[in-house]
Write a protein that binds this ligand. Structure first.
Ligand SMILES: Cc1cc2nc3c(=O)[nH]c(=O)nc-3n(C[C@H](O)[C@H](O)[C@H](O)COP(=O)(O)O)c2cc1C
Length: 370
């Protein structure tokens, strides 16, 4: 799975050299000189290595890099790029265009995809998302953590009230307890970084107390919903930032299995609820991950008015087949059609995995849902 993320990173005009990196997940890079792939290696994600002497490009994996580049205009292949070469596309854009096309094809499990538009690396990172549950032992630095939180804080939030907080959990015993809350998800214990994202109505409540003003607006569903929405937007910004650095992440909604136990483990004050956890780490290069296909756009994109599913039953059947094939290829523990799994998830109260008592749990945390 090299090709889709391969992209031109840097052109050093003085040496007519292209360096290409394919760093996001595979921690691999390829070096291409004057249109010829010359070498590849394994390096830190996100780092374009200076090109020195490389053996001839021998790996079969390298064909991806070559294929990406072969789609450049012939002029770019035969002539070393220079400031005066009139390309219809900058080769960097062309490689990115190709990469985005691949990513879209995987996202929809089909060659029929939306036309790539306004290509840039942000879009590449968004489209390349996949959850990562296995990590290399390499730690995630404090600097990275602070950067991720800066990204999270940069998200839009309701009325700038900033009704969320995040706890980074490094104490092994707390990690073990949190993993047990999640039904024994081992990545919760093992990920280099584990963040718990909190809807936080405590801070605003304290502010009101200090100002000796009333806080009648706290115990309403709307207030809690604002906090949850803000928490999710912030966390997703952190996820995107992490992925852009080559890190892998997975959300852990199972943290909501026992909100009050989680509150005890993390010493949460009243009016603070853990919404989900987030494992973060450098992906284990030996465990491949894949882009999971999503519903065809016509099922989720409505125009002017909501259209019933009736019109899309064929698309759904098609999607079921794609997901089943994806599960087969990735040797997923779940081998079920998507519609079947979806229906099962709401068929019984038991399918909520114990979270049907969430309202009572929240009430115990002082959170009102009037
Ligand atoms: C709010 C939320 C909670 C999730 N909880 C879990 C979880 O507890 N354990 C887990 O392994 N994955 C969890 N996931 C990951 C989803 O299963 C995953 O995002 C989904 O299957 C789509 O796959 P992808 O992220 O690889 O595209 C969660 C995702 C979200 C957004």
């Amino acid at each position: 799975m090299w090709g889709p993320t391969l992209r031109a990173q840097q052109f050093t005009r003085s040496t007519s050299r292209w360096e290409m990196t394919c760093c996001r997940r595979s921690t691999k890079w390829a070096a291409i000189v004057d249109g010829e792939a010359k070498g590849y290696g394994s390096e830190d994600p996100g780092v374009a290595k200076p090109l020195k002497e490389h053996p001839p490009f021998a790996s079969s994996r390298g064909t991806w890099g070559r294929a990406s580049f072969l789609q450049m205009p012939a002029a770019a292949m035969s002539t070393p790029p220079s400031a005066h070469t009139p390309y219809s596309y900058h080769p960097r854009e062309l490689a990115a265009h190709d990469a985005v096309r691949h990513l879209l094809a995987q996202r929809y499990g089909s060659a029929r995809t939306p036309e790539p538009f306004g290509i840039n690396t942000t879009l590449e990172h968004i489209l390349a998302h996949r959850s990562v549950r296995r990590y290399s032992p390499r730690p995630v630095s404090e600097q990275t953590l602070e950067f991720l939180v800066a990204a999270a804080q940069s998200a839009a939030n309701s009325s700038n009230l900033q009704l969320w907080s995040v706890v980074t959990v490094s104490d092994p015993e707390r990690r073990r307890q949190l993993a047990s809350v999640t039904g024994g998800q081992s990545h919760v214990e093992r990920s280099p970084l584990f963040l718990v994202w909190l809807a936080d109505l405590h801070r605003i409540s304290e502010i009101a107390d200090r100002r000796q003003t009333s806080k009648d607006g706290i115990p309403f569903l709307e207030t809690f919903l604002s906090a949850v929405v803000d928490t999710a937007l912030a966390a997703q910004n952190a996820v995107l930032a992490a992925e852009s650095l080559g890190l892998g992440t997975v959300y852990i909604g199972a943290i909501r299995n026992q909100p009050n136990r989680v509150a005890d483990i993390l010493s949460l004050p009243p009016n603070v609820v853990a919404i989900f956890g987030l494992c973060v780490g450098w992906p284990d290069p030996d465990i491949p991950t894949a882009i999971k296909p999503r519903l065809p756009q016509e099922v989720v994109l409505h125009r002017d008015v909501y259209r019933s599913l009736e019109a899309h039953l064929g698309s759904l059947e098609d999607y079921d087949r794609k997901v089943t094939e994806f599960q087969r290829q990735t040797r997923s523990s779940t081998q079920k059609a998507w519609t079947e799994k979806s229906a099962e998830s709401i068929a019984t109260v038991a399918a909520l995995g114990g979270r049907h008592i969430l309202r009572a749990e929240l009430a115990a945390r002082g959170v009102g849902l009037e």
